[in-house]
Design a protein around this ligand. Sequence first.
Ligand SMILES: *[C@@H]1O[C@H](CO)[C@@H](O)[C@H](O)[C@H]1NC(C)=O
Ligand SMILES: *[C@@H]1O[C@H](CO)[C@@H](O)[C@H](O)[C@H]1NC(C)=O
Ligand SMILES: *[C@@H]1O[C@H](CO)[C@@H](O)[C@H](O)[C@H]1NC(C)=O
Ligand SMILES: *[C@@H]1O[C@H](CO)[C@@H](O)[C@H](O)[C@H]1NC(C)=O
Length: 531
Amino acid sequence: MAAPGPGPAPPRLALALALLAALAAVKYYRDAEAARQQELALKSLGNEGLFLFSSLDTNKDLYLSPEEFKPIAEKLTGVAPDSESEEEEAPDPDGETLSIVAKFQPLVMETMTKSKDGFLGISHVALSGLRNWTAPAAPMSVLLARQFKAFLPPKNNLDLGDPWWIIPSELNIFTGYLSNNRFYPPPPKGKEVIIHKLLSMFHPRPFVKTRFAPQGAVACIQASSSFYYTIAFRIHAEFQLNEPPNFPFWFSPGQFTGYIVLSKDSSHVRDFRLFVPNNRSLNVDMEWLYGASESSNMEVDIGYLPQMELESTGPSIPTVIHDENGNIIDSRDPSGEPIQFVFEDITWQQEIPWEEAAHRLEVAMYPFKKISYLPFTEAFERAQAEKKLVHSILLWGALDDQSCSGRTLRETVLESSPILTLLNESFISSWSLVKELEELQSNKENEFYSKLAELHLEKYNFPVEMILCLPNGTVVHHINANYFLDITSMKPEDVESSIFSFSTNFEDPSTATYLQFLKEGLHRAKPYLQP
Ligand SMILES: *[C@@H]1O[C@H](CO)[C@@H](O)[C@H](O)[C@H]1NC(C)=O
Ligand SMILES: *[C@@H]1O[C@H](CO)[C@@H](O)[C@H](O)[C@H]1NC(C)=O
Ligand SMILES: *[C@@H]1O[C@H](CO)[C@@H](O)[C@H](O)[C@H]1NC(C)=O
Ligand SMILES: *[C@@H]1O[C@H](CO)[C@@H](O)[C@H](O)[C@H]1NC(C)=O
């Protein structure tokens, strides 16, 4: 059989090539035009002026619409027009209202890494929004029970624990992440309104959609009775603490979680609680800019927030009370005491443990959690029992919250199914914070644990190290996340050129490299793990 020689391209391929060439020409023209406009804008505003302008120009068309100008108008005039969402929620005389209190203890500044050198080299204004945030914006708020219908399941036939999205994520591998250069949250829409309102009790500038994945809010039914649900939820949101002329400062708690007990018609809320978990030593990621460029002038740090919590003061109650004859009566009795309401007990017909509901929400946010990540010492005990390797991730900030260091890793390789399968079969997985292992190492009560921590820390390099080791702690292989991302990163130009090359091999290079890493570890460990 003759080898296929170079001939004219088949008609379909020729057409595709012509189309691609035309698209490339249009794209080139648009890019050149955008660059010219950008240059003119820079000329009239200067670097920092353009930076501020861009932070308001959310659709990046180089024009400010009235909507985009609104936050600045409000700041200068001090007048906030009633928002549309408020108008939609016409007061309902028959509805119930719920009182919610906010509890807040500010970030413990000493827990920030940069406090070690006395915040040396950090301009005072960069941290002003953080230092100034010492109390909740609204310690108490009265909301309509009906507004909480956003927490109801989308349909009736969901099983307990089946997650659904209250606010779906709009980020994916192609959209990347949202701009750091923003000060004012976009107006919330639909179900975002209630969540925005609740988070506004802590700080006036909550962003209900985080800049980085996984963003959004997810919920599941934890318990159900004839008339009520207990809904567990998990929200990824963040706050912008600075305002112009300062540069942006992002404050991102690991997560907001909580539950609501509400009637299936959402007319009555029995109980509500929302909080940032505070049982890990660090629970907030902070990122701030110190210059008018969002890519190069960025500082990061992590810290501990002791309390950020919302709680209902009691069940929701009617705003207006009717007596037996339908007459409106005062909600205080003649002696001025508020009328006491009696609520029937709820008998749950079906429920799952809170831990299980929380785990289902966690897996919805982080598919890599389909396999379990055990606490450090437990992982080694399990590995000894099962004669398996320990797959351990050592990070500066937490892997399963919004902290930056683990972000890229967990969004790509750790969620891919070949990796999940291999980890599930042949490894015991764990992740730890550097800070936690340093504490374990210096605690001499258990020498074995202290040694395990020491062997780990010896191999650690900032910000994330992936480590494979024998059950006794000897490291057989390790790779630094930055190095890993460098060797596997696909630049946008490469992605485009690979379309032109009509490549059919779309295997993700990072998955392939990570598989290779795990297999090399297994290979090196083979002599030791033979029964
Ligand atoms: C500090 O907080 C107060 C009230 O909470 C506010 O009026 C003031 O503008 C804030 N200052 C800064 C620098 O953010
Ligand atoms: C933190 O508390 C939650 C439940 O409130 C629990 O599931 C989790 O294991 C705790 N984490 C740590 C590190 O103690
Ligand atoms: C892990 O392995 C167990 C047992 O073989 C299996 O039941 C489970 O579905 C696996 N999980 C994943 C995420 O592959
Ligand atoms: C762990 O076990 C391997 C093989 O049995 C041995 O070579 C290594 O020295 C041990 N490491 C420690 C820290 O005991």
